[in-house]
Design a protein around this ligand. Structure first.
Ligand code: B12
Length: 427
């Protein structure tokens, strides 16, 4: 039986005190609208519906209501289809579906009702399975980011998450190693911070002391990753970090952080196309519209304004006739049994995926590769027949010289003379 009871829920009255933040000046609002438009346009282009896009669109002030409705329907149909056909549906995915449906003022507990389970109960089971895996195998079934999303979404639905379960997670060595690591994923701890802020409201004063200790470590880690230009972690984790610091700022000391500087830095990156991937746009939008994932269950849909101007044409990234040369190396750092390099000539403005396609065409035995499509675009799962494994925690990491890329192969625009390495390694 599920340890997290979602049926006999006590609907918790949680009061969030969110710090009053400065709104974005009117002359910068078009930047936000341009991100929203790219997210709306992505709705028809995606092979499967993307709940993060709907969450971002719903949290924004300007709406394209028909498109949001279309995406909501697609998500509900997809949830039913995945469960009926037994398709992959991870804890984090279910959590994002629950949040997206809630953000449309609909009850996710009314979706599914299949196999005597609704979507919230399914999430409860998925989170339980993740927590069991952390305890038994010292690793989540997916990752701690998804556990964070799962706990946050369950908590927002009023599910009581028993303190002993939370205590066991927070004191688990694998969890502790993750949050203590100096190379910690800011995205992951930002989501965990939101999840813990939500559930700690269910705890007694004594119990809150345990969550507080963990929260202080997390906030310290987030603030440690603050760069002089305002970025926290990297540009793609910054929006999530802003959300985490916003919801925790009344409980923990975040005075060391300059909100306006961070937001201005994020805004300054929009015209450079930094958030042209709709997933990146969807994750940064809440921070730019003074909202957080906490708001998904607090929206007043009857007050929506259907006013997102879609007339402006999309900006198409340019490739030019000029040729550039890029060195591409593949190396297996796990087994240490191969390192192969090739130099590829291609048009300026091309993405890394084009380099890899050309390399595979020229020397298929060394550079052929496989990809899987994900919400962020193409994810490289195998090169030269060496495939990633969730069980072994291996993957193909991409680097420019020795610096890990901050974008995937479908988005990263290569430069003339660049040395790109695909390294088979562990995480
Ligand atoms: C966990 C994680 C990973 C894990 C995924 C495996 C696992 N343990 O689950 C590992 C370590 C393998 C990984 C790898 C990479 N990642 Co990563 N990852 C994440 C993280 C923290 C959570 C993803 C997640 O579970 N989301 C929730 C679930 C429900 O959504 P999902 O879409 O189903 O999740 C899947 C995909 O997102 C996919 N995935 C994970 N990372 C990436 C990156 C790219 C480019 C793609 C296409 C897919 C992908 O794996 C997820 C689990 O199956 C996100 C943080 C974030 N803000 O989203 C970064 C994030 C998505 N990753 C990122 C990057 C850059 C990478 C790498 C390109 C890094 C590199 N230099 O090699 C590689 C991918 C290379 C490749 N082989 O194609 C960036 C993407 C930014 C961008 N604009 O594209 C993010 C946002 C982190 C950041 N702030 O920089 N990642």
């Amino acid at each position: 039986m599920n340890r997290i009871s979602v049926i006999t829920l006590t609907i918790l009255m949680v009061s969030w005190q969110i710090v009053g933040l400065c709104p974005i000046p009117a002359d910068q609002q078009p930047l936000i609208a341009s991100l929203l438009r790219s997210m709306v346009r992505s709705i028809n282009n995606q092979s499967s519906p993307n709940p993060s896009i709907l969450i971002g669109l719903r949290l924004a002030q300007n709406h394209s209501l028909a498109k949001e409705k279309q995406l909501l329907k697609a998500l509900k149909d997809d949830a039913v289809n995945r469960v009926q056909k037994g398709l992959k549906f991870t804890s984090g995915e279910v959590a994002l579906y629950v949040m997206a449906i809630s953000a449309c003022c609909e009850n996710p507990a009314k979706v599914l009702q299949l196999k005597r389970k609704n979507l919230v109960q399914l999430l409860s089971q998925k989170v339980n399975d993740e927590l069991d895996s952390v305890e038994i195998a010292s690793t989540p079934l997916t990752n701690f980011y998804q556990i964070g999303l799962g706990v946050l979404a369950l908590c927002q639905q009023g599910a009581v998450i028993p303190y002993p379960l939370v205590y066991r997670l927070l004191s688990n060595p694998a969890f502790r190693d993750t949050i203590d690591d100096s190379q910690v994923s800011i995205d992951t701890i930002a989501v965990l911070a939101m999840a813990l802020t939500c559930i700690k409201e269910q705890f007694t004063w004594d119990q809150k002391q345990t969550t507080d200790t963990t929260m202080k470590i997390i906030i310290k880690q987030i603030l440690n990753q603050k760069k002089s230009d305002g970025i926290i972690g990297n540009i793609y984790s910054t929006g999530l970090a802003v959300q985490a610091l916003t919801v925790t700022s009344t409980f923990y000391n975040t005075s060391d952080w300059n909100y306006t500087q961070t937001i201005q830095k994020v805004l300054s990156e929009i015209p450079n196309g930094t958030f042209s991937n709709p997933m990146a746009a969807s994750q940064v939008i809440p921070s730019l519209v003074d909202r957080t994932y906490f708001d998904v269950t607090k929206l007043q849909c009857s007050q929506d304004t259907d006013n997102l101007d879609m007339t402006e044409p999309p900006t198409v990234p340019a490739t030019s006739e000029t040729l550039i040369r890029v060195q591409f190396t593949v190396t297996n750092a796990v087994a240490n049994n191969f390192t192969d390099s090739i130099t590829i000539s291609l048009h300026k403005g091309s993405v890394l995926l084009s380099v890899m396609e050309e390399a595979a065409k020229e020397q298929p035995e060394k550079f052929s590769f496989k990809i899987e499509n994900s919400s962020w675009g193409p994810f490289v799962t195998s090169i030269q027949g060496v495939g990633q494994s969730t069980k072994d925690r291996t993957y193909w990491q991409f680097l420019s010289d020795t610096t890990p890329l901050e974008q995937g192969v479908g988005d990263y625009v290569v430069r003339d003379g660049e040395n790109i390495t695909a390294k088979f390694t562990t995480y």
